[in-house]
Write a protein that binds this ligand. Structure first.
Ligand code: ZN
Length: 333
């Protein structure tokens, strides 16, 4: 009688693969993003689909030149998620793309819809049903299945709407074994996110607290790491929020404290915006600012300078993403 556990698999938009085959992985980039309402700005000239695909294929080939083979695009359902674009670009490049199911923070997501609906019924159950349906049967008619759940908080406190999303995602994560990645603002509330999810039964090692590089507070970082979850240092290059020197120093400190096995890295770069969220004159420059090759070109030399060694850097882009998707327990304490 065989008692072997089934081998863990990761769902990419083109089908399941073994975590061992992820290779170098960026854990938080976006092919496209559109805030709810982008479609209402009707005077913005829309890029053709062929143009959007070409921009994404170019970006991916730059990443392939650096040895990457996988990225996670954790766009939630209400932030312009375009799964068929991800499928098309993945098929054109052979690059693994993992998409998400989930909902964004109240202040910038699809809250208007869900709060209206919440007047009449228990929307937590509706959200959970939707997440599970997408994970099991695929998104819309695309057949593509998400490989991760996405939840988010803004500044201040977790709102009632955000709490419903967390409760729904936790239920579905426990039921399906799907891991979770989060959005935080300003490097805050990650500890609360971890507590809410683990209290609901989600294993700590199945959680990435995203945008943790939004603060340099080493004790905040250590608290989440010691609780057995992953931290996303995933906004390299977004210097409008914070200089990269701060992110590098905080990451080096976390590694020095012994938690280099539970950090993943990325840029939160957006390659094609829907609508025109920034002034028209600056839209053309966004490609330089949101550059997913920055970690290799600029950040690795800074980490080496800060005393982080090559194998510790390799862990951030290979071993840690693989272990996260495999679901192996992280030592706690
Ligand atoms: Zn993002």
């Amino acid at each position: 009688m065989s008692m072997n556990r089934p081998e863990p698999m990761v769902q990419t938009v083109t089908g399941p693969i073994s975590p061992d085959d992820l290779g170098r992985t960026l854990m938080h980039e976006h092919l496209t993003v559109g805030w709810p309402g982008a479609e209402s700005h009707t005077t913005v000239v829309r890029r053709s689909r062929a143009d959007v695909v070409a921009v994404c294929v170019d970006r991916i080939s730059e990443l392939q030149d650096l040895g990457y083979s996988t990225l996670v695009d954790p766009c939630p359902n209400d932030l312009g998620r375009d799964v068929s674009l991800l499928v098309e670009v993945s098929e054109a490049t052979g690059f693994n793309i993992i998409c998400a199911t989930g909902l964004y923070k109240e202040s910038e997501g699809g809250h208007a819809y869900w709060s209206f609906k919440a007047r009449y019924e228990d929307v937590t159950a509706v959200m959970a049903e939707m997440f599970e349906s997408e994970l099991t049967d695929g998104v819309g008619g695309s057949g593509a299945r998400p490989g991760i759940l996405k939840v988010a908080t803004g500044l201040g406190d977790m709102t009632d709407h955000e709490r419903r999303v967390f409760d729904a995602a936790a239920t579905v994560s426990v039921a399906t074994g799907t891991p979770i990645t989060t959005h935080t603002d300003g490097g805050t509330l990650g500890d609360l996110q971890q507590a809410v999810l683990t209290d609901a039964g989600v294993p700590a090692q199945r959680i990435i607290v995203g945008h943790s590089c939004g603060t340099t507070d080493a004790d905040y970082h250590e608290g989440i790491a010691a609780g057995g979850s992953y931290l996303g240092f995933d906004r390299f290059g977004i210097t409008a929020l914070q200089p990269d020197t701060d992110r590098v120093a905080a990451l080096a400190e976390l590694i020095r404290r012994g938690y280099g096995d539970r950090v993943v890295v990325s840029h939160d770069s957006v390659w094609c915006w829907q609508g025109e969220p920034f002034p028209a004159r600056s839209m053309d420059r966004l490609g330089e600012l949101f550059d997913p090759t920055r970690f290799d070109r600029e950040i690795i030399p800074m980490l080496l300078e800060a005393g982080v060694d090559d194998s510790e850097i390799e862990a951030l882009v290979v071993d840690n993403p693989r272990r996260f998707f495999t679901g192996d327990l992280l030592p706690v304490g």
